[in-house]
Design a binder for this molecule. Structure first.
Ligand code: NAP
Length: 327
């Protein structure tokens, strides 16, 4: 094992130019961890927030950004029995994906689905764990129900559309342009609204409403989401791109018996991530491997062009996942 590795450091809070390639010591595995020799990693919006100094890594985690990666297992800790050196793995990381090696709890690892390249597999964990935990676990979306997802062409959005469709739900998406709405329909959404130029909530409510909302917008959209929800509906918050504060009508919540919840994936306990991983491997992996749940990759950048990858994400022009190729 090399003593040092190439990694991307955030030199100070700021724009994409603060991302710098450096040499760092190769991390050492703890008892329950594996060392992943990373072939590719995913870029996610939380990485951009971390770069800006607005979303610090959880206590004890590396300061190297990167919440997901795929590669070969290079070493295993003493307590790890279900994974061996050489296995092809993709993993949900607490950080450290923008590097040649990362350590990760064995419970947060999944096999690379058969037929998938490392670039494809690297973009799976962060969005699939988030969508599974929020839409299916907390939101309890069932076959035959309808999901509303905003940011339909975001990394989270394309995953939510594909996953909900694979499980037999209907999906309505919103996006910020007609081209993005077309992309949402191509990915599988039953309907898509350009939220900039229509009363999407009125139209959705008139056409039968929705049962679950996966919300990354917050702000003024929350009250409009609640107007779309059917009795017994569930509203799950994962971000607040339109504002952290929302004004809602409590009587609407009472009348329709709505449930509002929210969560962050990064701060969940390792035992919780391990439970999610086992559920995902059993229930979601077969849909990936059969082709029933297609994935959408926007662009692949070499690791040393990480600043370009962040610029692409911040431009908002991407459709699907942005990936870094490590080697
Ligand atoms: N809580 C969690 O555990 C968790 C985990 C992962 C990600 N997240 C959050 O989920 C969000 C999506 O993540 P991602 O990695 O998929 O990011 P992403 O690909 O950059 O997507 C962000 C999306 O938000 C939409 N958007 C931006 N500003 C908006 C606004 N003012 N109103 C409506 N839509 C707006 C954009 O779509 P348009 O161009 O169509 O506006 C874009 O598609 C991020 O906010 C991220 O922090 C949360």
């Amino acid at each position: 094992m090399p003593h040092s590795m190439r990694a991307i450091e955030i030199t100070e809070p700021g724009g994409p130019e603060v991302l710098r390639m450096v040499e760092r010591p190769t991390p050492q595995v703890q008892e329950n961890e594996i060392l992943l020799a990373i072939e590719a990693s995913g870029v996610n919006r939380p990485d951009v927030l971390q770069r800006m100094g607005m979303y610090p890594p959880p206590p004890g985690a590396t300061d190297i950004p990167g919440l997901e990666a795929a590669g070969f297992v290079a070493a295993v800790g003493k307590e790890v029995s279900n994974i061996k050196v050489g296995d092809k793995i993709c993993a949900l990381l607490p950080g450290g994906g923008y590097a040649e090696y990362a350590t990760v709890d064995a419970g947060s690892c999944l096999p690379v689905p058969s037929g998938f390249t490392f670039e494809q597999a690297a973009g799976l964990p962060e969005t699939i764990f988030t969508v599974w935990a929020n839409v299916f676990d907390d939101g309890d979306l069932k076959s035959g129900e309808t999901l509303l997802v905003h940011g339909g062409t975001s990394g989270i959005g394309v995953t939510a559309i594909a996953m909900a469709k694979a499980f037999g739900a209907k999906v309505i998406a919103t996006a910020g342009s007609d081209e993005k709405c077309e992309a949402c329909r191509t990915i599988g959404a039953n309907a898509a609204y350009n939220y900039r130029d229509c009363d999407w909530d009125k139209d959705i409510a008139e056409k039968g409403g929705v049962d679950v909302v996966l919300d990354m917008t917050g702000g003024d959209f929350v009250a409009r989401n609640l107007n779309c929800l059917n009795p017994g509906g569930r509203h799950v918050s994962i971000a607040f791109l339109r504002g952290v504060e929302a004004s809602v009508n409590i009587f609407t919540i009472m009348q329709k018996r709505l449930r509002l919840s929210g969560s962050t994936m990064k701060s969940r306990a390792l035992s919780e991530k391990a439970r999610l991983a086992r559920d995902i491997e059993k229930k979601v992996w077969p849909h990936l491997e059969s082709g029933k749940m297609p994935i959408t990759t926007d662009e692949v950048f070499p690791l040393d062009q990480v600043a370009e990858a962040h610029k692409r994400m911040e431009s908002g022009a991407h459709i699907g996942k942005i990936i870094l190729k490590t080697r």
